[in-house]
Design a protein around this ligand. Structure first.
Ligand code: GRG
Length: 298
């Protein structure tokens, strides 16, 4: 197993153990709600956002993590999971499968999926705001504010709303980029920023360049997601589907062509890595994760 694979496994286990303990069906007024939350949270997932939190923290402090890093990793994964549970609902993407398993509203029912998503979102903020020994309330408040902003009407929810209101409409490259900067990018940048903030003073002078890194990798993540969609169609159906490349479906390959999208992906990757190189060998693990994000196959 490569160093990065081991590291990703280590962080995945670390965050999953906490998620498992956090949403327990013991002492529950409504076990079905918790079962639905657990289904949305613990059904696989690459846990890339927690890995970004941990590795950004490590770059700044040299340590693996502190309590605040763990809190942030758990909170960001709760927000990400809630967004996927809601995105899969019939009113949005109407998907039956997520991570190869029935989506929450299929495995349970629509009302349970809506409520589980709501509860996961609240849990993120509850967890990050729990008193934390040795940590100032001001720092926690700053982290809560950052996560709320990235998740809501100035971030992920705005991107999702824009996406839904532009189905079958033509978008310019600038609009597409702005949509994804909100819909997927905001949470990815927030993961990096939360990791930096959890390192306290050690991260103070690194926040700005690492935020820039987060923005670059967020867009790269989305382009690779679009390319994987097309490669999935090619594998199952023998050729890219017309709709994937059509101008009326807002994706990077639709606007830039397959080669253009790949080229943009590599530009973003190179720029992101150049930003990290300024930190010397301390950034090696984050560079490896960056390579993985643009080369991943799922
Ligand atoms: C419902 C408010 C609300 C927002 C939904 C994130 C999102 C906004 C929709 C998901 C649509 C989608 C599949 C976007 C592509 C990028 C993306 C977020 C992929 C899933 O993230 P991964 O690959 O998922 O990190 P895993 O399963 O590994 O956690």
């Amino acid at each position: 197993m490569s160093n990065l694979a081991q590291l990703l496994q280590h962080y995945r286990q670390r965050v999953e153990q906490q998620l498992d303990q956090l949403v327990t069906t013991e002492l529950s007024l409504e076990p079905r709600l918790q079962q639905t939350m657990r289904h949305g949270l613990l059904n696989g997932g690459k846990r890339l956002r927690p890995a970004l939190v941990y590795l950004s923290h490590k770059l700044c402090s040299g340590d693996d993590a502190n309590t605040l890093t763990d809190r942030a990793a758990v909170a960001i994964e709760c927000i990400h999971s809630y967004s996927l549970v809601h995105d899969d609902l019939p009113a949005m993407d109407d998907d039956d499968l997520r991570r190869g398993q029935p989506t929450c509203h299929i495995a349970f029912d629509e009302a349970s999926a809506i409520l589980a998503g709501d509860a996961l979102q609240c849990l993120a903020f509850e967890h990050l705001s729990e008193p934390c020994e040795g940590v100032s309330a001001a720092l926690q408040l700053r982290m809560l504010n950052l996560l709320a902003r990235a998740s809501g009407e100035r971030g992920m929810v705005a991107g999702q709303a824009f996406d839904l209101s532009h189905v079958d409409k033509r978008l310019t490259l600038e609009q597409l980029q702005a949509m994804h900067a909100c819909k997927t990018g905001a949470l990815i940048t927030a993961a990096v920023e939360l990791g930096v903030l959890s390192a306290g003073e050690a991260g103070a002078d690194k926040l700005e360049p690492l935020r820039r890194y987060g923005d670059l990798i967020g867009l790269a993540f989305q382009i690779q997601d679009d390319l994987l969609d097309i490669e999935g169609d090619t594998a199952t159906l023998g050729k890219p589907q017309g709709s994937d490349l059509a101008q009326n479906k807002p994706t990077y390959p639709a606007l830039l062509g397959l080669e253009g999208a790949r080229e943009r992906l590599h530009q973003l990757h190179d720029e992101a890595v150049a930003t990290l190189r300024g930190f010397g060998p301390a950034a090696d693990d984050l560079i490896a994760l960056t390579d993985y994000i643009v080369n991943r196959d799922h």
